[in-house]
Ligand binder design. Structure first.
Ligand SMILES: [Zn+2]
Ligand SMILES: [Zn+2]
Length: 245
């Protein structure tokens, strides 16, 4: 089974990573989450950060994806990396989990700067008659401003691959459709980017869902999932390039 794959424009082929070797580590991680009900389970309970409890995964926020990447370092020693998708309860960086692709503070600063441009427009729009000429103009203007903010956020992401190359999100993204919000924040890109930067050879990757099932019932706790087609598959071809599997 290959849960992690994507089409590489450069090689004109699909690159993928097998999942089998990562599966037992996923079960181990599920057991840790079940037992400790927090993601900072490496720490003694007295030092646990309340924000890192898994309670949020059973709230209306629902569950999220977790992932394992098994790698080999230059000496051939096995290294097991783990990731949670996006943020956990608003927390970006947790010890012993791979970090996000973007710097938290630069990301937040960019969002705040964008809000300064967007909020006055939103206020203005709310005071206009819906559907009027001016309303339509201001809605269009706000869309352009938001797209600019999004482009600045995307520019903060740099994707690394296993040929020692790096590319922007726009450069790596492999469809002409717009880049969805949150691209690069899933487990697979976090894990692969970390491995590429640290000269680790990726061997096996698997991702599973943990927490309250999604509203559609499509994802249930403990389910393994294929890398998502809208955000991950379009960048994984590039990110896996040079991994040699
Ligand atoms: Zn994804
Ligand atoms: Zn390639």
């Amino acid at each position: 089974m290959h849960y992690c794959f994507g089409y590489c424009k450069d090689c004109q082929t699909v690159h993928s990573l097998p999942s089998a070797q990562a599966i037992p580590y996923c079960y181990e991680l599920m057991e840790q989450l079940r037992q400790h009900q927090r993601i900072d389970f490496d720490l003694p309970e007295a030092l646990a950060n309340p924000l890192l409890s898994t309670d949020v995964l059973y709230s209306e926020m629902r569950g999220r994806m977790f992932g394992i990447l098994v790698c080999e370092d230059r000496q051939g020693k096995e290294v097991v990396l783990r990731a949670f998708s996006s943020r956990h309860n608003g927390v970006w960086n947790v010890d012993n989990w791979v970090p996000p692709l973007v710097d938290e503070h630069r990301f937040k600063a960019t969002v705040s700067a964008g809000d300064v441009d967007i909020h006055p427009l939103t206020d203005l729009i709310s005071g206009l008659r819906k559907g009027s000429k001016e309303w339509l103009e201001k809605v269009a203007e706000r869309r352009i401003v938001s797209q600019g903010v999004l482009a600045r956020l995307y520019a903060l992401y740099t994707l690394h691959n296993f040929k020692g190359e790096q590319r922007s999100l726009q450069g790596a993204f492999n469809t002409s459709k717009g880049i969805p919000v949150g691209t690069g924040d899933c487990c697979a890109p976090k894990l692969l980017n970390y491995a590429a930067i640290h000269q680790l050879k990726p061997l096996s990757l698997a991702e599973f869902f943990w927490g309250k099932e999604t509203a559609s019932g499509h994802r249930r706790e403990g389910d393994f999932q294929v890398a998502c087609s809208e955000k991950c598959q379009p960048i994984l071809g590039y990110m896996l390039c040079g991994a040699g599997v």
